[in-house]
Ligand binder design. Structure first.
Ligand code: FAD
Length: 404
């Protein structure tokens, strides 16, 4: 009879598959009710835990003694202590506290031929270390029924700092220096420019913003979400931000500055367009100037305009749609093409802005412009916009999405 221990069920390697593999039968052994803190040794700073405790449960139980485990894999919320040991789990806090296998002092294992107890004290120099046989064994030698781990006192204070490097390579070198000289903090993470630059690169290489190139995976949501199609093409939101960055990369080369340039330009355009719109309704130019200055000094504007995301482009296009809509009733030749083009581009930038803006335009025209000459331009313009956005909308509706 095969026995497959089941901890938190977060395995990503197929270790939980209840395969018979020639055995007469197979049992999936759920350990999640073995969830007790069995004891704490404040002198040697160790704790004995049952395998079914999930990460948060273990931390909560230890916190009652002023202690912590400090092991945070991304699956922390659901994964179990037994699973951490059985998979040699490594977490976000690994830089300082070490991997889970480095925390394990002792293990009690139920094997087919009897109980195996390995490891006894926090440090032992004698003979081969049988803990290593069990750690990472994924249940193949037996069921881990008890784990003795090193614990730490809860820190009185925690400090977080963020540093910026000129390039990813510089950041990598700094991290290597810290690691090799053993001066690592508890948590250290190096992040590069987010998914936009990567998707723009994929767009240049493959013609489409793919969510993966086989090595790197782009994920936006922590929870399973329909972010890409069955062909791994990104569909979580439209592609304008990727197209803008890809164009900038193609012209200026790949760098952080060229990735951000289109978004910074869109931010500047927002200020100019707001000034223009304010001038339309306010005879006093001072009011329009004040509006533009306040927008330029508004911290979220500055922050959003420097991010490689759709916010700045979407805001600029929204203002352009409104500005050209207000000109539709006039004799200005450019107003119809500008209204159509900016609306279609807005659709390809952010659906959540496109639909409310179109609804606002339609409501304004119906309520306040019912008898104006604006309609003779608005109706064909709206028809053209629908025709232009229809093909992509149909693709998105018919495209099956791939859940995680
Ligand atoms: C979203 C997500 C994020 C993740 N992030 C990380 C991460 O940051 N770092 C990391 O290392 N891993 C990560 N993982 C992988 C996984 O969460 C870890 O391997 C975790 O340690 C598994 O623990 P579990 O309790 O869920 O084990 P399970 O999935 O239940 O089991 C995993 C394996 O261990 C065996 N097993 C479980 N309990 C025992 C036991 N008591 N005795 C003997 N064998 C046992 C099972 O039979 C199985 O083979 C992630 C997984 C997901 C889904």
């Amino acid at each position: 009879m095969a026995v497959v221990p089941f901890g938190g069920g977060t395995s990503v390697t197929g270790g939980l598959v209840a395969a018979r593999d020639g055995y007469a039968g197979v049992v999936s052994l759920d350990l999640i009710r073995m969830d007790q803190l069995l004891g704490v040794d404040p002198i040697s700073m160790t704790a004995r835990l049952q395998p079914g405790m999930r990460g948060p449960q273990a931390e909560a139980a230890l916190a009652e003694h002023g202690l912590r485990l400090g092991h945070y894999p991304q699956s922390f919320e659901f994964a179990s202590i037994g699973g951490f040991a059985a998979t040699r789990s490594s977490g976000q806090n690994s830089a300082g506290f070490g991997r889970f296998d480095q925390m394990v002092v002792g293990l009690r294992v139920a094997t087919p031929i009897g109980e195996l107890v390995v490891g006894s004290s926090p440090a032992n120099a004698a003979g081969p270390d049988l803990r290593q046989l069990v750690l990472g064994s994924e249940g193949t030698f037996g069921v881990i029924t008890e784990i003795t781990v090193r614990v730490r006192t809860i820190a009185a204070e925690t400090a977080y700092e963020a540093w910026r490097f000129e390039s990813f390579i510089d950041g990598q070198a700094a991290m290597r220096h810290l690691a090799q000289n053993q001066i690592l903090p508890t948590i250290i993470r190096l992040s590069d420019e987010a998914e936009t630059a990567l998707s723009a690169r994929h767009m240049l290489a493959y013609g489409l913003p793919l969510s993966t190139d086989g090595r790197t995976w782009i994920q936006q949501e922590e929870v399973p979400f329909h972010e890409f199609s069955s062909d791994y093409v990104w569909i979580y939101h439209p592609w304008m931000q990727y197209a803008a960055t890809a164009l900038s990369f193609a012209v200026l080369g790949e760098s952080t500055s060229s990735a951000r340039l289109p978004f910074a330009l869109a931010g500047v355009a927002c200020i100019l367009l707001l000034y223009r719109l304010a001038r339309r309704s306010q005879p006093d130019p001072g009011v329009a100037r004040l509006a533009a200055i306040l927008l330029a000094l508004f911290v979220p504007t500055i922050l959003l305009a420097r991010q490689c995301r759709y916010y700045a482009i979407s805001a600029a296009l929204t203002l352009l749609v409104l500005d050209s809509y207000l000109s539709l009733g006039s004799a200005r030749q450019w107003s119809v093409p500008c209204f159509v083009l900016s609306s279609v581009l807005l659709f390809h930038t952010e659906y959540a802005a496109f639909f409310p803006v179109m609804a606002a335009v339609a409501a304004h025209a119906l309520l306040f412009q019912r008898h104006s000459g604006l309609w003779k331009n608005l109706l064909p313009a709206l028809a053209l916009i629908v025709l232009l956005i229809l093909p992509l909308s149909l693709i998105h509706i018919s495209e099956p999405t791939r859940p995680y």
